[in-house]
Design a protein around this ligand. Structure first.
Ligand SMILES: NC(=O)C1=CN([C@@H]2O[C@H](COP(=O)(O)OP(=O)(O)OC[C@H]3O[C@@H](n4cnc5c(N)ncnc54)[C@H](OP(=O)(O)O)[C@@H]3O)[C@@H](O)[C@H]2O)C=CC1
Ligand SMILES: CC(=O)C(=O)O
Ligand SMILES: [Mg+2]
Length: 413
């Protein structure tokens, strides 16, 4: 066992009278006397129950719903570990819940559902939804994840957001814009090769096209090789098929400006990196083990701009850089959904925060996950986009909202 493996198990184990795992529930009101009990529980609790029965919107006034997100998985694509099952995915989901709380003061329940049939999964999640102010779908594999998210978004009036798709796309978008800036590339000329054609990869590519990359400049590989027009592909993959005889990553990576890895460990070779254009942009984002380790990428191309999804290298491109703030904004303005305008606002806010920082450079293309400015810097811009695009049910005065976030930031431990 490596030191990291040993430490990771120690970290998650019970210690100092604290239970195993890394998150617990906190009581927020006094429950110390008979009088308190009469309010918190029977008979007093019946009063808010009946208020909500008369008007369901009152759940936001008298329960935790408005600050509570469900982090929901079925364990079919846990990080790059694959289909390890719902229960084995629990440490990741607890981890997402920790980040919601730590970075944005949002309470999150992790829910691991032992169901792989997408229709049944939708029914289970829809039946659970009254509990939550928003739903963060996590680590559900493609193509089922597309159907699950689409169905839930149609059915529910709370935000439903598949983090691996859209959270990843936002942070990749921000890192990509800044990597282009640093290397002086024109977005309309950037040639991109993507390893992976799953949830994260295809959403990232949609975002890159939204930002201005011509679709024809993008070549995609899945586990069977290049997506070509001669292959029998799913609807989602067909949109990225190229008319080419090439079939492997090694054949298409020549002179690519950007490698985007959202596939699995060790799928990029040093030879592949050597074939790329000068000053290549290499985002090897598979977790926990990237497509190629940064030190190996640099051996092959010392001037490369390199990013991974991990916390132990510079340039951590990870959806955790955005999902706490997207949900914070969505909950605060009671948004019915998280839409493209909110996602774009987040891309720009993250990119600008890094680009205007004194550290901006090849080893700092996006802010650190621990950057305390994120809550107050990024969230109001997402909230404003929600209001402007018409999905907010509550509008804040900007000064008042910033003050509220600053006060919240002081309470975060
Ligand atoms: N850094 C970050 O923030 C994030 C990173 N990720 C990482 O991205 C990866 C994919 O996650 P996700 O999209 O959710 O999972 P999915 O299961 O939806 O997609 C996995 C994709 O990887 C492809 N793949 C598997 N083996 C190969 C191979 N040998 N060559 C090329 N492609 C291959 C699969 O191909 P096929 O379609 O043929 O099965 C599939 O398209 C994971 O490693 C995950 O950790 C994900 C989200 C966020
Ligand atoms: C970061 C993340 O969500 C993943 O690797 O699946
Ligand atoms: Mg994930």
């Amino acid at each position: 066992m490596t030191t990291l493996e040993h430490n990771a198990l120690q970290y998650h184990a019970a210690r100092d009278a604290r239970p195993a795992g890394k998150i617990a529930i906190q009581v927020t009101k006094p429950v110390d006397s008979q009088d308190d009990l009469s309010l918190a529980y029977s008979p007093g609790v019946a009063v808010p129950c009946m208020e909500i029965n008369r008007d369901p919107a009152k759940a936001y006034d008298y329960t935790a719903k408005g600050n509570l997100v469900g982090v929901i998985t079925n364990g079919t694509a846990v990080l790059g570990l694959g289909d390890i099952g719902a229960l084995a995915g629990k440490p990741v989901m607890e981890g997402k819940a920790v980040l919601f709380k730590k970075f944005a003061g949002i309470d999150a329940f992790d829910i691991e559902i032992d169901e792989t049939d997408p229709k049944k999964l939708v029914e289970v999640i829809a039946a659970l939804h009254p509990t939550f102010g928003g739903i963060n779908l996590e680590d559900i594999k493609a193509p089922e994840c597309f159907q699950v998210e689409r169905s839930l978004r149609e059915r529910l009036s709370i935000p439903v957001f598949h983090d691996d798709q859209h959270g990843t796309a936002i942070v990749v978008g921000a890192g990509f814009l800044n990597a282009l800036r640093l290397t002086g590339r024109d977005i309309s000329l950037a040639k991109i090769v993507c390893s992976g054609a799953g949830a994260a990869a295809l959403a990232c590519l949609d975002m890159l096209v939204d930002l201005g990359v011509p679709r024809k400049n993008i070549t995609v590989c899945d586990s069977r090789g290049v997506l070509t027009t001669s292959r029998d592909l799913s609807e989602e993959k067909r949109a990225w098929a190229q008319d080419t005889q090439a079939s492997t990553l090694g054949e298409v990576i020549g002179m690519a400006d950007v490698f985007l890895g959202l596939s699995g460990p060790g799928l990029l070779s040093q030879d592949d990196v050597r074939k790329m254009a000068a000053r290549p942009i290499v985002f090897a984002l598979a977790n926990p083990e990237p497509e190629l380790r940064p030190e190996r990428i640099r051996e092959a191309a010392p001037d490369a701009i390199v990013a991974t999804g991990r916390s132990d290298y510079p340039n951590q491109i990870n959806n955790a850089l955005c999902f706490p703030y997207l949900f914070r904004a969505a909950l605060d303005v009671a948004a019915t959904t998280i839409n493209q305008a909110m996602k774009r606002a987040c891309v720009v806010a993250l990119a600008e925060m890094a680009a205007t920082d004194a550290q901006f450079g090849t080893e700092y293309i996006v802010p650190s996950l621990l950057d305390k400015r994120l809550l107050t810097g990024v969230t109001p811009l997402i909230a404003a986009a929600a209001v402007e695009s018409g999905v907010a049910r509550q509008v804040w005065d900007q000064q008042v909202y910033r003050g509220r976030l600053e006060a919240l930031a002081k309470t975060l431990i």
